[in-house]
Design a protein around this ligand. Structure first.
Ligand code: AKG
Ligand code: FE2
Length: 426
């Protein structure tokens, strides 16, 4: 009698013993769960950045923006538990897990903001609230038509914005890129250079170029910057002083396997947009030991339709932890094989923009951890050509705000250059 299990049918231990057994049992479930939970957490949020400070920041982030971290953890904890446990076990476990997760109290974390950097204060940023998948919101922008944002995923917040650019604007950008010339994308990815977070397994077959105010119609670049800044609710300077517009072109067979656009905090390594780094030949390069990518958001413009293929895929968007773990041993980064298994697949359409957030943000509105659910890439183009322009939006860690942006002077220099390139108004 003594040895029957609490969940066994017909087990009739006295109630206090049931409670005792359940408590012992729940402790072992808990530790088994926590072991697994560590793995899951690291997979989701990356090592070594998850610590109590981060947890507090994330909790704050939840309150400041639309909230997902704490909720999400509990949701994952529960979904994991519900696949492992049942009945009374599950109840006890859920209560315990919720308490553990909730114990990360938000102690007085004033975290003195440093504000003695030179002359531009990056303001705190927020995220557009995605509400729910399929939700449509309209946003008036200072210049041009309003933006219609269609929510494609909540984690990361991902939006589709049809007709963000006009056909003429797209055509002009393509024409000027062709004029300037594109290079094979591999040339932008020497071994020690990182364009993305976890570079393992990345393969990119495309042509690239960076365009500045020297290369395209200045008023068009201004318009794009203004619309982007209004859309994201950030000062225009943040957009102007972000990286140059990155043009990408894919021929049939071209693709870009799933990657992250931004880097996890790497022991305080400063942001690439704020630090000049050089290789042995004194060429300016960005590489991970010198600086890290701090691309809070990505705004990607499709400059062309694609006859077939060339979708942008987000294999991990809105996945639960269990679903992500199930993917771990698959080829989810290889979009040639798995494009259509991705949870969000976006069809390129001329003029359409997509916007997503790569990072969680802290209590001050500065970036913290990369959200691994922002992994994305370009599926193989089957027929036709795919043209895109990627507008990465920089925001720094607040510890590294002292230098506004290494792109700032260049921006003004290029915007001042004579012999302006102008759009044809045919
Ligand atoms: O080609 C695409 O759809 C995605 C491009 C991309 O991820 C990038 O340029 O960072
Ligand atoms: Fe990307």
């Amino acid at each position: 009698q003594e040895s029957c299990h609490v969940n066994d049918v017909g087990c009739q231990l006295p109630e206090d013993q049931i409670i005792l057994k359940t408590k012992e049992q729940s402790e072992s479930w808990m530790s088994a769960f926590m072991d697994q939970f560590e793995t899951l957490k690291n997979f989701l949020f990356g090592e070594p950045s998850w610590n109590e400070d981060r947890a507090r920041e994330d909790k704050f982030n939840e309150e400041m923006s639309f909230g997902m971290d704490e909720d999400l953890m509990i949701k994952y904890a529960q979904s994991l538990a519900s696949s492992m446990l049942e009945g009374e076990q599950l109840k006890v476990f859920t209560k315990a897990a919720t308490e553990v997760l909730m114990q990360r109290e938000d102690k007085d974390a004033d975290g003195g903001i440093i504000d003695d950097y030179s002359d531009f204060i990056y303001p705190p940023v927020k995220k557009i609230i995605p509400h729910k998948v399929g939700h449509v919101q309209h946003k008036e922008l200072g210049v041009g038509p309003p933006a219609k944002l269609i929510t494609k995923s909540l984690n990361p917040p991902l939006f589709e914005i049809p007709n963000f650019l006009s056909d003429e604007q797209c055509d002009h950008i393509i024409k000027m890129s062709e004029k300037k010339g594109l290079k094979e994308s591999t040339m932008f990815q020497p071994k020690d250079r990182t364009l993305a977070g976890n570079n393992k397994g990345i393969e990119r077959v495309s042509y690239m170029s960076f365009l500045t105010g020297k290369d395209i119609d200045k008023s068009l670049l201004n318009t794009i910057h203004e619309r982007a800044a209004d859309l994201l609710d950030i000062p225009k300077e943040v957009v102007q002083w972000s990286e140059h517009l990155a043009i990408g072109m894919y021929n049939p067979g071209g693709h870009y396997y799933a990657h992250l656009d931004s880097n996890e905090d790497n022991n305080g390594v400063p942001c690439c947009f704020q630090k000049l780094c050089y290789d042995h030949d004194l060429n300016e390069v960005d590489y991970i030991d010198c600086c890290r990518m701090c691309r809070y958001a990505t705004l990607l413009y499709y400059l062309s339709d694609v006859e077939e293929g060339g979708e942008t895929a987000f294999p991990l968007a809105d996945l639960t932890l269990n679903e992500m773990l199930n993917k771990e041993s698959t080829h989810w980064q290889n979009l040639t094989e798995t494009c259509h298994e991705a949870s969000v697949v976006i069809k390129p359409e001329k003029g359409k923009a997509i916007l997503w957030y790569n990072h969680f943000i802290d209590r001050n509105g500065y970036i913290t951890n990369v959200d691994k659910r922002s992994f994305h890439g370009g599926c193989d183009v089957i027929r036709g050509q795919k043209w895109i322009a990627t507008n990465w939006i920089s925001t720094p860690l607040y510890q590294h705000r002292h230098w506004a942006s290494k792109y700032r002077e260049k921006f003004y220099e290029y915007m001042r250059t004579e012999d302006p390139v102008q759009m044809d108004h045919a």
